[in-house]
Design a protein around this ligand. Structure first.
Ligand code: MN
Length: 717
């Protein structure tokens, strides 16, 4: 168990003037207020703030940060108050603890809109002082290290959250060790069986691997020595998550031991020595074309600098090598924390520069009227690999990989993006949708008559471009649905001899507006256009006497309404239309989309929105003007009927096996049909009730594994 004295000793190693008395007081205070509380491990709670402080000490952070680390849970989880903290430890510590308290209950596993709101809250708190984020990350590291004490299901949710939120944040701050450890711990929690298998295989070849690493290191070290360069060569196992991804990607097996090792040369001296060493590596072994990356000349957005290359080694295997100076190495490991070392406030300017992305991200947020898109766009910005693009003046713009000239235009300025009409890539006119490559020079053409198009969303990648275009498209869509709704209403009223224009001259519409929408009559038109309110209902309210339809129709109308009402009660449609969850929707019979399928909505006149699969042929032919963004709501447990077809050998017992596989996946069979063919094959067609695509895919994979099964496919008409 980590003790306070260990922490004190380690702080003194790098900061001999540290106020030990302050640390001591913070420790005593934490011990007192957390007294009697326990961690899930059964250990005293005090262990947690101590370990968090220990991690901050490892990062050589200043004493204020360490004190705040010791106190980080006190206001949230004990009777201690913020005033107390401020009185005892000063306002700087209190400010950090307050920030941490605000975000301590932030959870990302709730409904999407709330999730986004929480994330924003967290970013706002962190953008005030980067140390809040550093303490939060240290907190998460210790919680992940002790995750095995938690029930499995809960642990997996936390691991997933770590992977989606905290790993990218650590990456973005350039703190590589933290990013790797968090990703590794999350991977171990999410894929325990892969890990067991992995470790077994790695153990089996460990001697051979050690010999190989020593051999390659030896060759590199000798080459350095002969060239009078001094540096340290190391070879290490790559982290499990990345090996796993690579194996799954390229269908590799672990027999190819070379694929799991990466080499690194950390050189004494400066940039020159790094390039010299690269020359040596390339003259010792032939480089693999296209694999050389120069992050020294063009550092990543998080400040990362190094040279990366891949060469063909002594056994014809690929060797990945990273080359850096010590300074680059320190920066790669510590990232932004390197600038926040004790009393190192001189690094503040650099810190600001490294931290700008966070402020920009928040500013952009304010342009988004709908918070649920936030995570999408933010995640791209946090996760994505980068490309470097040049302006005609030679300035470098970093963009997420996959970006297009349009992303580039939006990165220059929102207005440039909005009016972008064409682009020259390295001197040649290219389509806006073309993916850019590092080193491209892009010149943007603008036209004042150009405005953002919905199809642009299909190829832009960067958060900024996405959010701007969505915003503009939404405005235009609202405008269209207002016109559409007005038209529908006009016709419906005219059928009963009522003039909409006349009605609008009076205040007759007011109660109708008040009943159906927040806002004015324009919003009512929009609601009718979107199908949220039926024109008939408006008429019924305006002229109760006029609108009584024939008896038969009343019954039919009631039935329909009852039907929808019933569906609402059982949990809604599970669809959000344009950000709203309360819209009347129906599902296309043609394609029976399932939660998880890519979907698109089609606004029908006064009858709500029909949901189609993106791949549906019917959807393809729909009037683009009336298509609308829709998405699955997260927590919906509605089952939908879909059809699959299994082609297999015509063997006895096979149907039973397939049926059993389906039931084992918890899926209900609505109906089944079997046809046998002359060529000794059989097709089995099943109508199934399924909740989501992931479950369906898993089950189809399982069926595919049944011996004798040839093809499993989902049928869409
Ligand atoms: Mn904590």
């Amino acid at each position: 168990m980590l003790r306070f004295n260990d922490i004190a000793d380690r702080v003194l190693e790098y900061d001999s003037e540290c106020d030990l008395e302050l640390l001591q007081r913070a420790y005593v205070f934490t011990a007192k207020v957390h007294e009697g509380q326990e961690r899930l491990s059964g250990e005293p709670y005090l262990i947690h703030p101590l370990e968090v402080a220990g991690i901050l000490v490892d990062m050589r952070l200043d004493e204020v940060t360490i004190v705040a680390g010791l106190l980080h849970d006190t206001v949230e989880d004990t009777l201690a108050s913020l005033e107390e903290i401020e009185r005892l430890f000063g306002d700087e510590v209190a400010f950090l603890v307050e920030g941490l308290t605000k975000i301590s209950k932030v959870q990302f596993r709730s409904a999407r809109a709330r999730q986004a709101e929480n994330f924003r809250k967290m970013l706002v708190a962190m953008s005030k002082d980067i140390r809040i984020l550093l303490i939060k990350l240290a907190d998460r590291i210790h919680n992940m290290r002790t995750l095995h004490f938690m029930p499995r299901a809960k642990a997996q949710v936390i691991a997933q959250e770590t992977l989606e939120i905290y790993v990218p944040l650590a990456h973005r701050l350039g703190i590589d060790w933290m990013k790797r450890e968090l990703a590794d711990l999350a991977f171990r929690t999410l894929h325990p069986d892969v890990v067991v298998e992995f470790e077994r295989m790695l153990r089996g070849r460990s001697d051979e691997r050690e010999r190989y690493i020593e051999e390659v290191k030896g060759i590199m070290a000798r080459a350095l020595e002969e060239a009078d360069l001094s540096g340290v060569v190391s070879g290490r196992l790559k982290d499990m998550a990345s090996i796993h991804a690579k194996m799954a990607d390229q269908g590799l097996s672990l027999d190819q031991i070379y694929d799991v090792i990466a080499f690194r040369i950390v050189l004494d001296g400066g940039t020159e020595q790094v390039y010299a060493a690269l020359g040596l590596v390339h003259s010792t072994w032939p480089p693999v074309p296209g694999r050389f990356k120069d992050y020294v000349a063009l550092p990543k957005a998080n400040g990362y600098k190094a040279l990366h290359t891949t060469v063909i080694g002594p056994y014809g295997e690929r060797i990945e090598v990273q080359l850096r100076t010590e300074e680059m190495h320190l920066h790669a490991e510590m990232g932004i924390a390197a600038h926040w070392r004790y009393k190192g406030h001189g690094g503040r300017e650099q810190d600001d520069e490294n931290f700008n992305w966070l402020r920009q991200l928040l500013e952009r947020q304010q342009e988004l009227d709908d918070p649920h898109e936030f995570l999408d766009t933010v995640k791209v910005d946090l996760f994505a690999d980068e490309v470097f693009i040049f302006t005609p003046n030679g300035d470098v713009i970093n963009l997420p990989r996959g970006s297009t000239a349009l992303d580039f235009a939006y990165a220059i300025h929102s207005e440039v993006g909005d009016h972008c009409s064409g682009a020259k890539v390295s001197g040649t006119m290219r389509p806006l949708s073309r993916e850019l490559e590092s080193g491209d020079t892009v010149e943007v053409m603008t036209n004042p008559n150009q405005s953002p198009k919905k199809d642009w969303l299909e190829f832009v990648v960067s958060g900024k471009a996405k959010s701007r275009i969505r915003h503009a498209v939404r405005l235009a869509e609202n405008e269209r649905s207002r016109e559409l709704g007005r038209g529908i209403l006009e016709r419906e009223l005219r059928k009963s001899g009522v003039s909409l224009a006349r009605v609008l001259e009076t205040d007759e519409m007011e109660p109708v507006v008040a009943r159906y929408v927040k806002g004015g009559v324009e919003d009512l038109f929009a609601a009718v256009g979107y199908g949220r309110v039926s024109a008939r209902a408006v008429l019924e309210m305006l002229r109760p006497d006029l609108s009584t339809p024939p008896v038969e129709e009343v019954t039919k109308g009631r039935k329909l309404r009852d039907l929808f009402r019933r569906e609402r009660k059982t949990g809604g449609s599970g669809i959000r239309v344009d950000g709203h969850g309360d819209v009347l929707v129906r599902f296309g019979q043609c394609c029976s989309p399932l939660p998880g399928d890519e979907i698109i909505g089609f606004v029908t006149r006064g009858r709500g929105v029909t949901i189609h699969s993106r791949e549906c042929r019917v959807a393809f032919e729909l009037d683009k003007e009336r298509c609308i963004d829709v998405e699955w709501e997260e927590a919906s447990d509605i089952k939908r009927r879909i059809r699959i077809k299994v082609t297999s050998r015509d063997a006895p017992g096979l149907l039973a096996k397939v049926t059993k596989t389906i039931s084992a996946a918890g899926i209900n069979i609505g109906s089944a049909r079997i046809d046998t063919h002359d060529d000794t094959t059989a097709t089995q067609t099943f109508d199934l009730w399924v909740g989501d695509v992931a479950t369906l895919r898993e089950m189809m994979k399982d069926i595919q594994k049944v011996k004798g099964v040839l093809v499993v496919e989902r049928v869409r008409s």
